[in-house]
Design a protein around this ligand. Structure first.
Ligand SMILES: Cc1cc2nc3c(=O)[nH]c(=O)nc-3n(C[C@H](O)[C@H](O)[C@H](O)COP(=O)(O)O)c2cc1C
Length: 242
């Protein structure tokens, strides 16, 4: 069922009106696409995450900086829809070797305490600035999803493949976030590699694959350098044995 016409703050720049497709506010992206432009660099500031179509979104996709993310962020129902969409991720063996924990605003102080206690334990001489950085990391953005790689041991599917699937799941969370008109960002940093922090959310052999921040950017997105195509793509020309 279609809801009212809605303009999310992130879309003001493009003035593209989107029909809300569900009560959670997912913006439909037309799938009848024209060929994707090969020019994905040199974007101007107002062209990022252009939801006009899939063909405009993919070459304009850009993450936001968590420290620049403000309200509105997704509601709990929208967070659930983002995760449902991301569950459509390639996954050898149908193991779903990934999961997310959403850290609500009123739990962020406890998360900050978990970060700083773990850091002090590892680095007893921690300086004030380091600890303030961790405090900030726990409080940034309206929504914070902790992404866990949760590999299944009792399977012949290699761990590497399960971790690859987790990375793809993270990318799909970003896509779903952007499709809903918000901006997302994927950060690791020191807490992602600390077992005490991991234990706040899970247990070995799980690993924190990242902190996924979601909100509305209060700063213009800007382009970052992209690799040269010739360093990434080659057309294999094997030497044919005589
Ligand atoms: C697994 C992973 C971890 C990352 N961790 C950090 C980080 O700790 N700090 C940071 O500034 N960027 C980090 N980044 C990069 C950010 O996601 C960065 O915003 C990224 O360059 C955005 O590029 P995009 O606009 O193409 O998505 C990480 C990226 C990945 C994939």
């Amino acid at each position: 069922m279609c809801g009212p016409v809605a303009l999310h703050p992130n879309e003001k720049k493009t003035q593209v009106k989107q029909i809300v497709s569900s009560e959670t506010g997912l913006l439909p992206i037309p799938l009848a696409i024209s060929p994707v432009s090969s020019k994905v660099t040199g974007m101007s500031n107002d062209q990022f995450n252009d939801l006009t179509s899939l063909a405009t979104y993919l070459p304009s996709r850009r993450s936001g900086r968590p420290r620049n993310m403000v309200a509105p962020g997704p509601s709990d129902a929208q967070i659930a829809e983002i995760v449902i969409l991301a569950m459509r991720t390639p996954d050898h063996g149908k193991l779903a070797p990934w999961r997310v924990a959403s850290v609500a605003t009123d739990q962020r102080a406890l998360l900050a305490r978990g970060f700083t206690e773990a850091y002090r334990k590892e680095k007893p001489d921690a300086g004030r600035l380091e600890l303030e950085g961790l405090e900030a990391m726990a409080h940034e953005a309206p929504t914070l999803l902790v992404l866990l790689s949760s590999p299944v041991a009792s399977t012949k599917i290699p761990l590497w493949e399960q971790e690859l699937s987790c990375g793809a799941f993270a990318m799909n969370i970003l896509h779903a976030t952007h499709a809903m008109g918000f901006v997302g960002g994927w950060i690791t940093g020191w807490p992602a590699y600390n077992d005490d922090v991991r234990d706040l959310f899970g247990s070995a052999p799980e690993k924190i694959a990242g902190f996924l921040y979601i909100g509305t950017s209060n700063a213009e997105l800007s382009e970052r350098p992209r690799p040269e195509l010739e360093n990434i793509l080659s057309f294999w020309t094997p030497v044919v044995p005589e």
